[in-house]
Design a protein around this ligand. Structure first.
Ligand code: SF4
Length: 481
């Protein structure tokens, strides 16, 4: 059977989509190739979040085709994912040797289309149409295959798309409207993973806190009556009259119901989720952190800016005050919770005063870490057409100042772990030094220690001895066994 090489660009969703496609192909008898040089089929799973991400994939395909023509005549070439979705047939006009263009709702068709192309039944296939139910097709995993060896953690895709339309983001246009899988379907996938040895599951989606806002998430027979949640913000304010509150009782969003259902799986130790939206941290979710021990004390809250004016321009849907209130409630519910964020520097119209508000918010929150992005115009997004685009040197200078602050705060926070005993889930050998093992604390910090393969999958208490750059080191002599 043919061999396939898949190269993935972009986010964790793309990684997960590629894994599912690879698993689907393996199930059909394809083998996975280690590189494009030895593959019969080369698939690039693309990212559209920045123009240069698209250019990188285009350049890669150009060089793969150039080499393939000399070394592997008959090699099949395909684009999948976000750029495939947004550019469609244009990709074949630009690179006529490309055989397959597969949109974001069509990953599950990869095997069928490759069979047709390899059999010579069709010359080219471009499929970027919407497909009802496609959100439920990213299910297969490569747990014990070539890509992962005895995985103890797994990502489970719970929804596709986003309806937030942040003005800088292309995702709603490439991934479409929010569509959620049902709770029984997700739980069945999680159960199977746990039966195969997985201890930690990360629920995955573009905006997971909006899970189930549109539609029925309990369609399986015998489950509860369907509930619909039009807007998670309805759950936020305890004083606000809300159809979702009855007699003062806290109603649960579909997302919290999902976490509860996954929490019941015996043998599962930890639950995480990514990416959430700050406005989705309603009281029900905060309360879930206090109540559900498998939901680890770690929260990623992408703030993007500390300035209300910029947040409004970004169409983020919350204010600085509301954001800080969520942080305060989370810390009250789970003291020691690890909090990380995403921040964009140099959004169009960001003044020095706006940027100072971002700095002050970071000082106030004291993030454990934050991922900083220098704003760059992304065509086809509203922000690209906004006035007052900032010059590169200003963005660079602000980015450097913010990075210094984030590193300084992060270092201080990591240092508080030295001398403390903490529980880690051992994931496998360290990526940088395979002679050592790597685990993760509940609050999402990587811990490196001198363990061995037998520790993989174990929950261990490790004493932290020193700190590296956003990494902790444990003393092997006091690993609890
Ligand atoms: S919530 Fe996230 S995925 Fe959705 S538009 Fe905003 S940045 Fe993009």
């Amino acid at each position: 059977m043919p061999s396939v090489y898949i190269k993935t660009y972009g986010c964790q969703m793309n990684e997960r989509d590629s894994e599912a496609v690879a698993a689907q192909l393996v199930a059909k008898g394809y083998s996975l190739a280690a590189s494009e040089h030895v593959a019969d089929v080369v698939l690039l799973n693309t990212c559209s979040v920045r123009d240069n991400a698209e250019q990188t994939a285009l350049n890669k395909m150009t060089s793969v085709i150039g080499l393939g023509k000399k070394e592997r005549p008959g090699q099949i070439y395909g684009f999948m994912g976000c750029m495939a979705q947004s550019r469609g047939k244009e990709l074949i006009d630009r690179l006529p040797d490309v055989d397959l263009v597969l949109g974001t709702q069509k990953f599950h068709r990869a095997a069928e289309y490759l069979d047709e192309l390899l059999a010579g039944k069709r010359e080219r296939i471009v499929d970027t149409a919407d497909e009802q139910g496609s959100e439920g097709t990213i299910k297969e995993h490569l747990l014990n295959g070539a890509a992962k060896d005895k995985a103890v953690t797994a990502f489970v895709s719970i929804m596709q798309g986003c309806n937030q339309y942040c003005t800088f983001c292309i995702v709603p246009y490439t991934r479409g409207e929010e569509r959620s899988r049902t709770i029984p379907d997700i739980v069945a996938e999680c159960r199977q993973l746990v039966a195969q040895g997985v201890k930690e599951i990360t629920l995955l989606g573009q905006i997971v806190t909006s899970y189930g806002r549109r539609g029925d998430v309990w369609t399986a027979a015998g489950s509860e009556a369907p509930r619909r949640f039009q807007d998670a913000t309805e759950l936020h304010d305890a004083k606000a009259p809300s159809p979702l509150r009855s007699a003062g009782a806290l109603q649960k969003s579909a997302f919290v119901q999902l976490i509860e259902a996954v929490h019941e799986i015996e043998g599962l130790e930890r639950i995480r989720f990514t990416s959430p939206h700050p406005k989705g941290y309603g009281d029900d979710l905060v309360e879930a952190y206090a109540r559900l021990p498998k939901l680890v004390e770690s929260a990623h809250l992408p703030v993007q800016s500390g300035s209300d004016r910029v947040l409004k321009l970004m169409h983020r849907g919350y204010t600085r005050a509301r954001y800080l209130e969520v942080i305060r409630k989370l810390r009250a519910a789970r003291p020691g919770i690890g909090i990380t964020s995403d921040i964009i520097v140099g959004f169009p119209g960001e003044t020095e005063a706006d940027f100072e508000e971002t700095l002050s918010l970071c000082r106030e929150v004291e993030f454990d870490n934050a991922y900083l992005f220098k704003y760059s115009q992304r065509k086809d997004t509203p922000a690209a057409a906004m006035p007052d685009q900032l010059p590169e040197p200003i963005i660079e200078e602000r980015h450097a100042r913010l990075l210094e602050l984030i590193n300084e705060i992060g270092k201080r926070k990591y240092e508080t772990f030295v001398g403390r005993q903490t529980q880690i889930l051992v994931e496998g050998p360290s990526r940088k030094n395979s002679a050592r093992m790597s685990g993760r604390t509940r609050c999402n910090k990587i811990v490196i220690f001198d363990g061995s393969e037998r520790h993989r999958g174990q929950l261990l208490d490790v004493k932290i001895t020193r700190v590296g750059s956003f990494t902790l080191y444990g003393d092997p002599a006091i690993v609890g066994l």
